[in-house]
Write a protein that binds this ligand. Structure first.
Ligand SMILES: NC(=O)c1ccc[n+]([C@@H]2O[C@H](COP(=O)([O-])OP(=O)(O)OC[C@H]3O[C@@H](n4cnc5c(N)ncnc54)[C@H](OP(=O)(O)O)[C@@H]3O)[C@@H](O)[C@H]2O)c1
Length: 294
């Protein structure tokens, strides 16, 4: 193998990439290039800004160029689910793809957010959802993946609370018999009843000094666990409020890393170097500070 050393691309370097619009703020290049380097794999990872009108051409380009894998971010997750050649069970149920595997020109869409969330819950907070009463606040794309994964992992109940009720009903439906919608007036009582409370809304994200929390934290008690999927700022307003009440809480960095780890393993077949990926994300987020993604 001809190598130019120090991780520079060679004639045999394999490529993975993220597509989105905008995409310059994406942490995926940081996390995946750290993973390739730590694993000693001759792979590299780039970000491509792809506008919706060019999405189909971009996927044809992936096939034609033999790009090995894609991460998919806003606004393409649903459209990619319609354009790929096949879908995993999760991606089909969610109608959304965040990871594409190029299997010799056949593009297969996956959704790794749910597995990433459950992986993070275990790794970061030591929580196995089996038999647990879970409350998910939010019903967007990430929340839907979390609801499905919690139900799959054996949660006793998955209650969904969301500003827009119709979306809550749809998300709760993904949990089958375990799913239920919280009435807006009952959210505080639902928080008190839950073993695991998840913020899967974007409330608390980005704005410097914002104090926004997605639900009143006063009902939280020690013994409960709070998982915020927001990761910027690193200490989100909800994580701060939960910890102030003696409640174990984590931000969304671990989910970000674990969903990327599942993608890495689908593309490369190698075990993901989770610690190196986490260090790279935390280093980058500490550098960009608490401001909105730039
Ligand atoms: N850690 C990770 O790996 C990871 C992965 C994916 C996403 N995320 C984060 O998760 C968040 C949600 O992402 P998404 O893709 O699911 O977005 P999305 O599909 O746009 O959903 C947004 C959700 O937030 C709710 N929401 C937004 N503003 C609100 C407000 N002011 N008050 C109450 N609810 C509000 C929405 O409620 P309505 O339905 O009423 O509009 C909806 O439930 C983002 O911050 C994203 O960065 C993290």
């Amino acid at each position: 193998v001809i190598s130019s050393g120090a991780g520079a691309p060679t004639g045999s370097t394999r490529l993975a990439a993220v597509i989105g619009a905008p995409v310059r703020h994406s942490l995926s290049p940081v996390v995946h290039n750290a993973a390739f380097a730590a694993s000693g794999l001759d792979w590299t990872y780039l970000a491509f800004e792809v506008q919706p009108a060019a999405l189909s051409d971009a996927l044809d380009g992936v096939r034609a160029l033999g790009i090995a894998g894609l991460s998919v971010t806003m606004p393409h997750k649903e459209d990619v689910a319609r354009l790929v050649d096949d879908l995993s069970d999760d991606a089909r149920l969610l109608g959304a793809v965040n990871c594409v595997v190029n299997d010799k020109g056949r593009l297969v869409g996956h959704n790794t957010d749910g597995a990433g969330f459950v992986g993070a819950l275990g790794a970061e907070l030591g929580v196995d959802p089996r038999g647990k009463r879970c409350l998910v606040v939010g019903a967007g794309g990430a929340a839907r993946a979390v609801v499905l994964a919690l139900a799959r992992a054996g949660a006793a109940t998955v209650v969904v609370a969301n500003r827009t009720r119709a979306r809550a009903e749809e998300a709760a439906g993904l949990a089958g018999a375990a799913g239920r919608v919280a009435e807006p007036a009952d959210v505080v009582a639902e928080v008190a009843l839950a073993d695991v409370v998840v913020n899967a809304t974007s409330v608390g994200m980005g704005l410097p000094g914002a104090a926004d929390v997605p639900f009143p934290p006063e009902a939280l008690e020690p013994g409960q666990v709070v998982a915020d999927i927001v990761y910027q700022p690193l200490v989100t307003p909800l994580v701060a409020a939960a910890r102030a009440r003696g409640v174990t809480a984590a931000n969304g960095v671990s989910m970000l890393v674990h969903q990327a780890a599942v993608a890495f393993e689908l593309w490369t077949g190698a075990p993901a170097p989770v610690d190196a990926m986490t260090a790279a994300v935390e280093r980058t987020l500490a550098t960009v500070g608490d401001g909105p993604p730039a």
